[in-house]
Design a protein around this ligand. Structure first.
Ligand code: COA
Length: 254
């Protein structure tokens, strides 16, 4: 079975991470599938809303670290950047349901969703510094804007996880629900959106995003250049090797 499940009903395309045994970590093939699904949905009149969801125990552990080392993203056309561009520019409503861990891109993709519903077990984190890397998905721009600088510094410099209630407080999440109800609630909200006129939704989203989109794409390019460089440097190599060897990284030489 595919690691990204797609389901289409009532104008809603649902994309489900289906790799629970690897904590829904995202490999190149999954980025490719997500990017392709979003790119196709832009012009597909039958798709009025997209939902992204995981399992009630885990949303996503972010990049598949092993796969990432094997298939380092080479340029802005690589699947990971195609996915990030597709989600950041997606013109129709995007709804996310998040339960359990949402690490790295598992959290940063949510800044590009319009509605986010979380299980009370959701744990968000952006530990890029802990991996010898830097933020992606324009999170270096969007997190300080949403959280305020000092809370952003806690999330992005310390890389500390924060739970669903804290995410609700800063405005990353619309509502916190029991984990068994999050996906169903997101589906219900998506169906409500799908019954509304698509042209009004698209125009309203575009107006709300305003000038932000240009800045987001520029920042993604800037982050991508640093991220690509840092992937080959000693700190990232040490962090990722340590993860695979199940030990603490030693950054004393980095
Ligand atoms: N890439 C590759 N494999 C991953 C992974 C990732 N991002 N996240 C988890 N896995 C694998 C683990 O290595 C483990 O494999 P094993 O069964 O062969 O030992 C399996 O998935 C289960 O993960 P485990 O760590 O045992 O689960 P947990 O419930 O204790 O913790 C997380 C869940 C998500 C908190 C933890 O797995 C984690 O921190 N993952 C790394 C997150 C990360 O740094 N992502 C990159 C962001 S850029």
């Amino acid at each position: 079975m595919s690691d990204i499940l797609t389901h289409h009903a009532d104008g809603v395309l649902t994309l489900t991470f289906n790799r629970v045994e690897r904590k829904n970590s995202i490999n190149v093939a999954m980025y490719d599938a997500l990017a392709t699904a979003l790119e196709k949905a832009v012009d597909d009149a039958a798709t009025r809303v997209v939902v992204i969801q995981g399992h009630e125990t885990v949303f996503s552990a972010g990049n598949d670290i092993e796969d990432f080392l094997k298939n380092k993203p080479a340029g802005m056309d690589s699947p990971v950047f195609r996915f990030l561009r597709a989600i950041a520019t997606f013109p129709k409503p995007l709804v996310a349901a998040v339960c359990g861990p949402a690490v790295g891109v598992g959290t940063t993709m949510l800044f590009h969703c319009d509605l986010v519903y979380a299980g009370d077990n959701a744990a968000f984190s952006m530990p890029f510094v802990n991996l010898g890397l830097c933020p992606e998905a324009a999170s270096s721009l969007l997190v300080p804007r949403m959280f305020g600088y000092h809370r952003a510094a806690e999330a992005l410099l310390l890389g500390e996880p924060f739970m669903a209630e804290a995410a609700l407080e800063v405005g990353l999440v619309n509502r916190v629900l029991p984990p068994t109800e999050a996906n169903a609630f997101a589906a219900q909200q998506a169906r409500k959106l799908a019954a509304k006129p698509t042209s009004s939704l698209i125009t309203t989203k575009q107006l709300m995003k305003g000038d932000q989109q240009k800045a987001v794409l520029e920042r993604m390019g800037e982050e991508g250049a640093h991220f690509g460089r840092m992937l080959g440097e000693p700190a990232a190599r040490e962090a990722m090797t340590a993860f695979m060897q199940k030990r603490k990284p030693d950054f004393s030489q980095c």
